[in-house]
Design a protein around this ligand. Structure first.
Ligand code: GLU
Ligand code: MG
Length: 467
């Protein structure tokens, strides 16, 4: 379980001693530097690095970084809000020592996610990891609930020697095909080896649908650890691919048309060690609270899209009948509804049952996405929201009248529309707080403006190598 306590200047009790010992151990293992990683509002992973010898002082005092990155765009230009986007100020980055990992795919390096606090030692209201820690702590205090989460990571493998920014798939074999597994077998074996060395509990790696596309899935963890892991998995995939002469993209769409890269989130709520999504009297074994939690996520989905699908390229992926789940509907093991109720296999249900949220991609900041999904679910749970009727098959085939009668809506089909929904959602905005909520709005609108008027292929090209 991730520690939910905030960093403090000088280090929390025991941190500095621990970092001193850890630094010595890392140096002995040939680690020269530690990557301090976070994800900005636009979904870009940003880092500072320190020499291994500075790990103890970093655990005590953090390292500096400007808050301006809270309103950076994917193209590295800056949007502004009332309080963010200015060149003034500084923050301190504190590594979570519990999550420090020696990187097998990048010899000489270790990696740790960071929380960001102010120079005065206060929480930084723009820190997404701090937001998720707060949401998880509040859920435990107010509702006695804990959560398990996992992010599925899909990505496209391209030839590293393709000219310029062009995309040439590194494999030509068919979807889920044995041929594709063989073509990139050295790379994926290297990836499994690196994950194993890093203690990552990989469940599967497989060739996916689109050209050159693969997916890796990992075991569920507490929400903060799950978000950290999704960042580490991508760092590992990219590093191992580079060592095989390959280039990877986690962008929602690498080309203008067709199936994109998802980052589906699996989420389950637990009370006193019992999974609320299993063994209940509700539909498919859900407890009444799991049904209401699911109803809450469903009700907030249009607004959540601004957090879970944050790039103009997200809307190239979010199209019907591409398994991205673009309708506000739920179903049992249904791949076209936004929410897929996973009942689990007989014998494993008490552990495995969960809710899969599909309209999430890997441009999303995983801390903001998972935290916002929990906020939405808890809103349903506290109001005992009723879960509507389930949907079977592809909701795209429902006629307008039937869709309206069932309350099935198409999710926003552009980033601007998603922002309109987000602006109107008091629950989400209040939970994020004004600084983060304003950053989300400013960054999304600036991203949309940066590609205004471009056709689908150009939008895909603009973001292809950014995530
Ligand atoms: N690639 C699909 C997406 O964009 C998901 C495929 C799957 O269900 O794994 O979400
Ligand atoms: Mg998949």
């Amino acid at each position: 379980m991730t520690t939910l306590a905030d960093p403090v200047p000088g280090g929390r009790p025991g941190d500095v001693e621990r970092a001193t010992a850890l630094g010595g151990e890392l140096a002995g293992r040939g680690v020269h530097g530690v990557v301090l990683a976070y994800v900005d509002t636009a979904g870009i992973g940003r880092v500072k690095t320190v020499p291994t010898a500075r790990l103890a002082s970093t655990a005590a005092w953090g390292v500096g970084m400007s808050p301006v990155f809270d309103t950076f765009l994917a193209n590295d230009s800056v949007a502004t809000t009332d309080v963010l986007g200015s060149p003034d100020g500084d923050l301190r980055l504190y590594p979570d020592l519990d999550r420090l990992v020696v990187l097998a795919g990048q010899p000489g390096w270790a990696w740790a996610p960071v929380d960001r606090i102010t120079q005065d030692g206060a929480r930084h209201p723009g820190c997404s990891r701090t937001f998720l820690r707060r949401i998880v702590a509040e859920a435990a205090e107010r509702h006695g609930l804990t959560f398990k989460a996992a992010v599925e990571v899909e990505w496209t493998v391209a030839r590293g020697d393709a000219p310029g920014d062009t995309f040439v798939p590194a494999a030509t074999g068919p979807a889920y095909g044995a041929a594709r597994q063989i073509e990139l077998g050295d790379f994926t074996a290297g990836l499994l080896a690196a994950c194993a060395a890093q203690g990552i509990d990989v469940e599967q790696v497989h060739p996916e649908y689109a050209a050159g596309q693969f997916e890796i899935s990992v075991g569920a963890l507490d929400p903060v650890a799950a978000a950290d892991l999704s960042v580490l998995v991508r760092q590992t995939v990219r590093a191992v691919a580079g060592r095989h002469g390959l280039k990877v993209s986690f962008a929602p769409a690498v080309v203008g048309q067709g199936v994109g890269n998802g980052g589906h989130v699996h989420l389950s709520a637990w009370h006193a060690g019992v999974n609320l999504h299993s063994g209940g009297a509700g539909r498919h074994g859900m407890t009444a609270r799991a049904e209401s939690f699911t109803a809450g996520v469903l009700a907030h989905l249009p607004a959540l899209t601004a957090v879970t699908a944050p790039s103009p390229a997200s809307y190239l992926r979010l199209r019907p009948s591409q398994w991205a789940g673009v309708f506000t509907a739920w179903g049992l093991e249904t791949r076209e509804t936004a929410l897929r109720v996973v009942k689990g296999t007989a014998g494993l249900r008490d552990r495995a049952a969960n809710l899969e949220i599909k309209p999430v991609d890997l441009a999303a900041n995983p801390y903001l996405a998972i935290g916002s999904l929990i906020v939405a679910g808890l809103d349903g749970l506290t109001s005992s929201a009723a879960l509507p009727e389930e949907t079977t098959g592809d909701p795209a085939r429902l006629g307008e009248v039937e869709a309206a009668a069932r309350g099935v809506r198409r999710l926003p089909d552009s980033l601007e529309r998603a922002v309109e929904e987000f602006r109107a959602d008091d629950v989400l905005r209040t939970a994020l707080g004004p600084v983060l909520a304003d950053a989300v709005i400013a960054v999304r609108l600036a991203e949309a403006a940066s590609v205004a008027g471009l056709d689908d292929d150009r939008v895909a090209a603009a973001y292809r190598w950014k995530y």
